[in-house]
Design a protein around this ligand. Sequence first.
Ligand SMILES: Cc1cc2nc3c(=O)[nH]c(=O)nc-3n(C[C@H](O)[C@H](O)[C@H](O)COP(=O)(O)OP(=O)(O)OC[C@H]3O[C@@H](n4cnc5c(N)ncnc54)[C@H](O)[C@@H]3O)c2cc1C
Length: 495
Amino acid sequence: MTIENQSFDVIIVGSGYGGLLPAYQLTQAGFKVLLIERGKAWQRNMFRHSWAPEYLGGLFDISLSTSMKDIYRGSKIFGGGSVMNDKVHHRTPSEAFSFVDPDTKRAAWPSNVHREALNPFYKQVEELLSIHQLSWEEVSRIGGNFARMFADAGLSCDRNNFNVGTGCVHCGFCEAGCQFPGGKLNLVSEVFHLALETGNLEVKVETSVKTVAPVRSGGYEVHCISSDKSYKAPATSTFTAPRVILAAGPIGTVPLLFRSKAHLPKLSSALGKWISNNGDMNFILRTPDSYPDHLGFRSATSTGVMTYAFWDEHHITMHPGMAPIPVFAGVDARREGGLAWGLEHKHFVKKNVVNRLIPVNAMGVVPAEIKMEIDHDGNAKIHHPRTKALEEHANILYRLMKGVCQTVGGELLITGIDGELFDMGGNHILGGARMSEQKSTGVVNPSGEVFDYPGLYVSDASSIPGSLGINPALTIGANAMRIGHELIRSVGGKP
Ligand SMILES: Cc1cc2nc3c(=O)[nH]c(=O)nc-3n(C[C@H](O)[C@H](O)[C@H](O)COP(=O)(O)OP(=O)(O)OC[C@H]3O[C@@H](n4cnc5c(N)ncnc54)[C@H](O)[C@@H]3O)c2cc1C
């Protein structure tokens, strides 16, 4: 029987953390699930050791803010972010869940969604992906030099928790897709087959959901197009189920709901609001001259260390190595007082890029002040205002990192853009269809169900109410499993 002629209990849109994990739970619990994914299915031998834009363009969904200053990267491949992210999987510290939105003066998170409530689901995701703390032997030299800068400044820095197996060859191309069996352990290699083996899962790849609409007899239909078409193209296939879970990531789910507004007129006005970039700020450090060369980005499992040294006071974490050094160093960085281009900069980069420069990704708990709408083609249009809170966050980070560099003799590089200390784009966009106890401040209730549309759920990063201040994938996955668990229980199933 073709997929078109089958009936399903649940349709899931998107196969990243928010989609594949509930697909696993639901199929194990006996639900018949259709998983629709815009990206391609893949074999490990399709991945390349390349940072060429035309290659990465096949893996990443790239959105530019309306100011053209920030680049946001989502994923567009079967398995979502788990296939091309950097593998850092940490539980969010409990303080982040107590954040109060400065605009509403209300708690950003529903009172029943907090660290303790997520702990059992964190554990499940950690077990499924074999997430564990690295040994120091597995930490790259660049990670070692970063940790040493912190140690020499009297600050702590420890090894990351990674989903990496014994097949890792330490090539450092984790974000280009891992070619090596048993290397990066992603949702496809570790979880997908468990769902498939139940016989309850059907998958449709290279298919984009254009809109979702309620059907009179109950449930929802999803209207699909081939992924190589624009969202303006008419839908070419439709699937129906009593329940639909949207898990297309923030730059997938939020535009999908906007495109569906004519069918879902009671959607909350909170759609496209309370979005954060997780307080991401990206910059480059130069190590002190006395440190050993760190041999660039070539490394064991990218960089492998994380510091919580500033968490207690500032709710900031950071780790080195979120992008290949040549990309960062060449494109948009300058020494203070210097230019981001010209001969002096060229010689500085040439001399330091391989052995002295460390790209760093810092994250913080900041207000969710980004907004999203859609353009004429139905794709994400992102406004990232430079607010007072963001400026304050950047200034604190600047002071902290200047302090570290002054103490140990390193150097902090800032962006080439006037008035912008740090690059504020990134990979950790959260919210836009967030959970809330009230419809006025969220699109879905604490169980992930869209207000006024029973049976329609959002389980991905767009449901996350605020910035986490730490890499979000593990929390997105744990929250998706919490939502899946509640869905199964709500219909009398056994999670
Ligand atoms: C380069 C990079 C590195 C990162 N590194 C880390 C890290 O080390 N640690 C960490 O915690 N986080 C990291 N992240 C972030 C993390 O991967 C994401 O936060 C996470 O994947 C979000 O999960 P999600 O389920 O919301 O969306 P995704 O994982 O992005 O999954 C969404 C899926 O939906 C599909 N989709 C989109 N639109 C449609 C549509 N209309 N129809 C059908 N399918 C659709 C997409 O193709 C995609 O596969 C990184 C992200 C990037 C881009």
